[in-house]
Design a protein around this ligand. Structure first.
Ligand code: PLP
Length: 380
């Protein structure tokens, strides 16, 4: 099956035995009747498994070309489950320019529990090996990175991970499986904040993991059930519905993203524009080789370079909504330094380019001309 078909049918068995419903019912139940102790139909308690969640988990596994999918109450809950594979003394090499909440989880929760993190620029994969020692257990990669849109070579990371017999996990939230399939490039775990493009309609918070390896899936399933950060059936249904139009939405996100990136690049009030589709993006060639499109996430600075100039632009936008999050049908604008990345110390974030004049856009699927006019007015 090709991607567009998988988005709709992947992992789904459309044979509802009760009434033939085309969509899986929302099994809004915590428990399931048993005929005799242990005599159940595969479901005992909804933390362990729920049929609506199972349908979603199979769909996500299918579109990521994986074997096993696991859905969680949020993207961070999914990352939390990955980190619980490890024990005190284990080391993790992570992208330095990553989602602020991931950084907070690593440094404020898991460092206290004895894991050691090395945050490094991974744009040159050769740098990674310097940080690997006998305690290293995982490479944590986010690409494109949030919000600087750096590109990390997943295949090169996979080679390094295999050489040292460690795991490679990729946060694929920005690219989505429509544009990039990390398991095919050698990753062991692919993670999503399904809150973003998979859900796609800004109406649910959810996370997921997909793996190919059975043993790894069993360990993660054990953690999912034992720690219990699962998502509910209603939310599972919403994300399953979202995935059915992922390919259609992503096409438009890419088209609008390209138009807006190019518009911003030529604008006299704009400083730098970060978008991996530009030929002068430092890792454009890698982006081209591992992604089938460049997506709708763009960051840019104001020419003036001040906090006030960036705030003034985001406040003047009307079609773009000033809000955290990304990946929905509606266009959003954010100010990373004071919003999504406020949990990263100023000194740390400025090292990676998250300066006060940086604005991040999640370009939606509205009319391109309306979006450009909105930016035109806001930039003045
Ligand atoms: C939003 C986001 C997360 C966290 O996901 P939640 O669903 O908000 O918990 C992780 N990684 C990236 C890249 C994100 O954008």
């Amino acid at each position: 099956m090709k991607f567009n078909t998988k988005a709709i049918h992947g992992g789904q068995d459309n044979t509802d035995p009760a009434y033939g419903s085309v969509m899986p019912p929302i099994y809004q139940t915590s428990t399931y009747s048993q005929t005799t102790p242990g005599g159940h139909k595969g479901y005992e308690y909804s933390r362990s498994a729920n049929p609506t969640r199972t349908a979603l988990e199979k769909s996500i596994a299918s579109i990521e070309n994986g074997e096993y999918g696991l859905a969680f109450g949020s993207g961070l809950a999914a990352i939390d489950a990955v980190m619980k594979l490890f024990k005190p003394g284990d080391e993790i090499v992570s992208t330095n320019d990553l989602y602020g909440g991931s950084y907070r989880l690593f440094t404020k929760i898991f460092e206290n529990m004895g894991l050691k993190f090395h945050f490094i620029g991974m744009q040159d994969a050769a740098d990674i090996e310097k940080y690997i020692n006998e305690n290293t257990k995982l490479l944590w990669v986010e690409t494109p990175t949030n919000p600087m849109m750096n590109i990390i070579d997943i295949k090169a990371c996979s080679k390094i991970a295999k050489k040292h017999d460690i795991l490679l996990a990729v946060d694929n939230t920005f690219a989505t499986p429509y544009l990039q399939q990390p398991l095919d490039l050698g990753a062991d775990i692919v993670m999503h904040s399904a809150t973003k493009y998979l859900g796609g309609h800004s109406d649910v918070v959810m996370g997921s993991l997909v793996v190919k390896d059975k043993e790894l899936s069993e360990k993660l399933y054990f953690i999912q059930n034992a720690s219990g950060a699962v998502c509910g059936p209603q939310d599972s249904f919403l994300v399953l519905r979202g995935i059915k139009t992922l390919h259609l939405r992503m096409q438009r996100h890419c088209e609008n993203g390209e138009a807006i990136a190019k518009y911003l690049k030529g604008h006299p009030k704009v400083g730098k524009v970060y978008w991996p589709g530009f030929e002068d993006h430092p890792n454009h060639e890698i982006a081209k080789s591992q992604m089938s499109g460049f997506g709708g996430m763009i960051s840019f600075t104001t020419k003036e370079g001040t906090l006030e100039s960036a705030v003034s632009v985001v406040e003047k936008l009307h079609v773009f909504t000033l809000a955290e999050s990304l990946g929905g049908v509606e266009s959003l604008a954010g100010h990373p330094a004071s919003m999504t990345h406020a949990s990263i110390p100023k000194e740390e974030r400025e090292k990676t380019g998250v300066v006060d004049s940086l604005i991040r856009l999640s370009v939606g699927v509205e009319d391109e001309e309306d979006l450009i006019n909105d930016l035109k007015k806001a930039l003045g």
